[in-house]
Design a protein around this ligand. Structure first.
Ligand code: DAT
Length: 197
């Protein structure tokens, strides 16, 4: 966990703009979806895998799987300020170390095995890495984690098999964002509505 303590940490109430988490097995389309959504709605894209490598926020490299072992604390410290400000779409395969308070919407992308296999094979993944990722998708590991770590009301499982899915997921984000209000305003609107009746 990041070094900031829960008693001093800003809450959702402090944000004027929401944060969205897009997660899923590698190859399901997190970066493509986050990137197009950010272009469309004007939020800031945080590609966690890229950030980890660029800022060296890792403990070591796993040579067997050609991946980096993320330094969770360092990544959370790096993101704390920008996430507290709001207005971000964060795309990440690993999600269990992010503070729950950071996100207002969590999308879990799902891709059918054949499509995912082809996407990962095109990346030149080894058979071992490919098998591991397909199993991760079959076992719906990221969906289970998202349901475990975030409020079920904000977690949504969405298909990401083709371009139509990509576009409809971006439309969905756009519509959700248009309807979003800061936590304080929702409470105030609720009170005003009751008072006026
Ligand atoms: P991730 O960030 O989850 O690893 P990506 O965005 O890099 O995935 O996408 C992997 C590949 O699949 C890339 O070549 C773009 C393609 N792709 C992603 N989402 C797609 C979609 N909904 N329809 C068709 N192709 C998609």
């Amino acid at each position: 966990m990041a070094s900031i303590t829960s008693s001093t940490a800003p809450t959702r109430q402090h944000r004027r703009k929401p944060n969205i988490l897009i997660t899923g097995t590698p190859g399901t389309g997190k970066t493509s979806t986050a990137s197009l959504a950010c272009e469309t709605v004007g939020l800031n894209h945080i590609d966690c895998s890229k950030l980890v490598v660029e800022k060296k926020l890792y403990l070591e490299k796993n040579e067997e799987f050609d991946t980096f072992i993320i330094d969770d604390d360092a990544l959370c410290d790096e993101l704390e300020e920008v996430m507290n400000a709001g207005g971000n779409i964060c795309d990440s395969h690993s999600i269990d170390y992010f503070p729950e308070r950071w996100f207002d919407l969590v999308l879990v992308l799902r891709t059918n095995n054949t499509v995912l296999y082809d996407r990962l094979a095109k990346r030149g993944y080894t058979t071992k890495k490919l098998t591991e990722n397909i199993e991760c998708e079959i076992m719906q590991v990221l969906l289970e984690e998202a349901r475990e770590f975030y409020d079920l009301n904000i977690v949504h499982e969405v298909s990401s098999n083709n371009i139509d899915d990509l576009e409809s997921n971006v439309e969905r984000i756009s519509a959700w964002l248009a309807a979003w209000k800061p936590a304080g305003e929702v409470a105030a609107a609720g009170t005003a509505g009751t008072a006026g009746q």
